[in-house]
Design a protein around this ligand. Structure first.
Ligand SMILES: Nc1ncnc2c1ncn2[C@@H]1O[C@H](COP(=O)(O)OP(=O)(O)O)[C@@H](O)[C@H]1O
Ligand SMILES: [Mg+2]
Length: 369
C-alpha cells in the first residue's frame, strides 16, 4: 500500500509540488515555516479528505486560491480536492466516490504530531477515537453497530430532554441502545485485549528503562452489570439530567505509570514514547491481522527525544512493514539515527519547494504530470 507518487497543488505554501521515488522512510527537512508539516498534511488530505490541523479546510488552501488538490498513487490512484466552500471531490482509481469512509481503507494513516500528546493529556474522546479507529480497521462488523449506537443515543437523549417523556418510546430506544452498546463494547474489549500486550512489548523496545506503563480499558459502566442492566439502574438519573450518562460513549483507556496517571507522571519525552508505542501497536496489529500496513506521518520526530530514544523509535518503525513520512529541521537528525541507510529518501523543503537530495528519490519532471 506504499505511496509512490504525490502531487500537491495549493496546500498552504505548497503551490505546486511533484514527488515520486518514495522509499520506506521519507524525511522532509528544512527551516521553520518551509512547508514540512504541510507535506504531511497533504498526505493526510489524500487519505482522509481533511487536515489533521484544525477543523476547517479553509485554512489549508493557499491564500487567494479557491481550492486545493492532492493526487497520489498507492494501491490505486487517489485524488482529493477541497474547495473553500467545504466541498470535497474524492476519486479512487479515477472514479468519483461519495463518502470519506470509502477512502479509509485505501491509505490507512497513523499520525503523530505535537497534538498527539492529547491522547494522554486530553479528555477521553481522543482515546475512544484511537480505540475505535483500530477496531474499525480490523473488524468489518463494528461500523454498523457504531452508527446504530450514535443514532439510538441521539434519539434517546432527545426523548429524555422532553418535559413529558413518552415511556413506551423511551423503552424501545433503550432496548436498541443496549443492543448496539453491548456490541460496540464487545468489539472494543476484544480489540483492547490484543492491543495491550503489543503495546507492552513495543514500549519495552522504545524505552527499556521505563517500566510499569500500563493500559486499562474502561467500558463506560459498572463491569458487574450488563449494559441493559446499567441503563435500567441509571434511568432515574438519566431522566433527571436529561441525557444518557452511562455507556460506551463514556469509555476510556486509562494509561498509568507505576500506578499513577501517565499524563501527570511522565516527562514530555516519555509521553511521546508512550504515544508512539500506542500508534505502533495499532499499526502492528492491523498488519498482523492481514489488514495491510499503515502509513505513518510523524511531524518533528526528533522533538522531545534524545538521540538514543530517537534511534529506538526509528528502529521500531524500520522493523514494521510500514511506509513512513517524517519531518525534522536538520537532515542529520534522522539520517544519523535511521538504522538502514538504503531505506531512506531525503527531501529538502524550502519556501514551499520540495527537492529530493538522496539518490533513491527523483523528482518528477516539472510540468510532466
Ligand atoms: N493558507 C495558507 N496559504 C499560504 N501559506 C500558508 C497558509 N497557511 C500557512 N501558510 C504558510 O505555510 C508555511 C509552511 O507551514 P508549515 O508546513 O507548518 O511549515 P513547517 O512545518 O516547515 O515549519 C508557513 O510559512 C505558513 O505561514
Ligand atoms: Mg511544522
Amino acid at each position: 500500500m506504499a505511496l509512490t507518487h504525490l502531487n500537491i497543488d495549493n496546500v498552504r505554501n505548497l503551490r505546486r509540488v511533484r514527488l515520486e521515488g518514495f522509499a520506506r522512510a521519507n524525511v522532509f527537512f528544512g527551516a521553520n515555516g518551509s512547508g514540512k508539516t504541510s507535506v504531511l498534511e497533504s498526505i493526510h488530505l489524500l487519505g482522509m479528505a481533511r487536515s489533521f490541523r484544525g477543523a476547517s479546510v479553509k485554512s489549508v488552501i493557499t491564500h487567494g486560491e479557491s481550492q486545493c488538490t492532492v493526487h497520489g498513487r498507492a494501491a490505486q490512484s487517489l485524488g482529493v480536492q477541497r474547495t473553500r466552500l467545504g466541498e470535497a471531490q474524492i476519486r479512487i482509481g479515477g472514479q468519483p466516490v461519495r463518502t470519506v469512509a470509502e477512502l479509509a481503507g485505501e491509505l490507512p494513516l497513523q499520525v503523530i504530531t505535537a497534538d498527539s500528546f492529547g491522547l494522554l493529556t486530553g479528555p477521553p474522546g481522543a482515546r475512544r477515537q484511537f480505540l475505535d479507529w483500530g477496531v474499525f480497521h480490523v473488524e468489518q462488523g463494528f461500523f454498523p453497530h457504531w452508527q446504530r449506537f450514535q443514532r439510538c443515543i441521539k434519539q434517546r437523549n432527545n426523548l429524555l430532554r422532553r418535559d413529558k417523556i413518552p415511556d413506551q418510546e423511551l423503552s424501545v430506544w433503550t432496548r436498541d441502545l443496549a443492543k448496539a452498546g453491548t456490541a460496540i463494547n464487545d468489539y472494543r474489549a476484544a480489540y483492547f485485549e490484543q492491543l495491550a500486550p503489543r503495546f507492552q512489548a513495543i514500549m519495552g523496545t522504545l524505552s527499556p528503562g521505563l517500566t510499569g506503563v500500563e493500559l486499562h480499558y474502561r467500558q463506560g459502566w459498572d463491569r458487574q452489570l450488563s449494559y441493559a442492566e446499567a441503563l435500567a439502574h441509571g434511568l432515574p438519573t438519566d431522566r433527571e439530567q436529561g441525557f444518557t450518562h452511562t455507556g460506551p460513549q463514556r469509555a476510556d483507556i486509562r494509561v498509568t505509570a507505576g500506578g499513577h496517571g501517565a499524563a501527570e507522571t511522565l516527562s514530555r519525552g516519555q509521553q511521546k514514547l508512550v504515544v508512539c508505542a500506542l500508534k505502533l501497536a495499532q499499526g502492528q496489529m492491523m498488519a498482523e491481522m492481514g489488514k495491510g500496513a499503515c502509513t505513518y506521518l510523524i511531524d518533528d520526530l526528533p522533538a522531545e527525544l534524545d538521540a538514543e530514544h530517537a534511534r529506538l523509535v526509528c528502529a521500531a518503525l524500520a522493523a514494521m512493514e510500514s511506509q513512513v513520512f517524517v519531518t525534522c529541521v536538520e537532515e542529520q537528525e534522522i539520517r544519523a539515527v535511521w538504522p538502514v541507510d538504503k531505506d531512506l529518501a531525503m527531501f529538502h523543503v524550502e519556501h514551499g519547494q520540495v527537492t529530493p537530495v538522496a539518490t533513491t528519490a527523483v523528482a518528477a519532471n516539472p510540468g510532466n504530470s
